[in-house]
Design a protein around this ligand. Structure first.
Ligand code: 4NP
Length: 171
């Protein structure tokens, strides 16, 4: 990878309207603050809400912390994503399982050598939420949306340190 090629991260949840757009905005904010050459996107394992903006509750809670989710639009994870992205982050264990199943399909479709994605749990390096799921807030109250933000901020800080090391190793 040349130093001009961005490191590409994809945040993934079920619907791509609550957790993964929040993770996308938080991780982007932290990477931008450190001037890291990183490109971030998000997707859902389901196709429940294609083209839809993030849930209004996610948008409102994020806005209070300075994150603007309004321009983001939902899309479904696809096999091509395993060729494009360096790192795919699952919000929970069910997402992780579904991502890994789709990765097997991508291997059959393109061959293992064509894939670049490392698949991990959002909280993998987070000492505050060690290997914990980011709980789905969709059917709950406002505290669930605040918790998603707390966890995304904490886990993104941990990933920024890992991504910095990955970028330094590739210069
Ligand atoms: P997300 O939350 O996976 O964090 O985007 C959900 C959004 C929608 C649904 C479930 C979870 N749904 O069932 O429509």
């Amino acid at each position: 990878m040349s130093s001009k090629t961005p490191y590409q991260v994809l945040c993934v949840c079920l619907g791509n309207i609550c957790r993964s757009p929040t993770a996308e905005a938080v991780l982007r904010h932290l990477c931008d603050a450190e001037n890291l050459n990183v490109m971030i996107d998000s997707a859902g394992t389901s196709n429940y809400h294609p083209g839809k903006a993030p849930d209004s509750r996610s948008q409102q809670h994020a806005k209070k912390r300075g994150y603007d989710l309004s321009a983001l639009r939902a899309r479904q994870l696809q096999t091509q994503d395993f060729k494009k992205f360096d790192l795919i982050l699952a919000m929970d264990y069910e997402n992780l399982d579904n991502i890994q199943h789709l990765m097997h399909r991508a291997q059959q479709e393109f061959g293992a050598a064509a894939l670049r994605a490392e698949v991990a749990l959002m909280s993998q390096h987070d000492c505050n939420f060690p290997e914990q799921e980011v709980p789905d807030p969709y059917y709950g109250g406002s505290e669930g949306f605040e918790h998603v933000l707390d966890q995304c901020e904490s886990s993104s800080r941990a990933w920024v340190e890992i991504i910095k090391m990955k970028l330094e190793a590739k210069v």
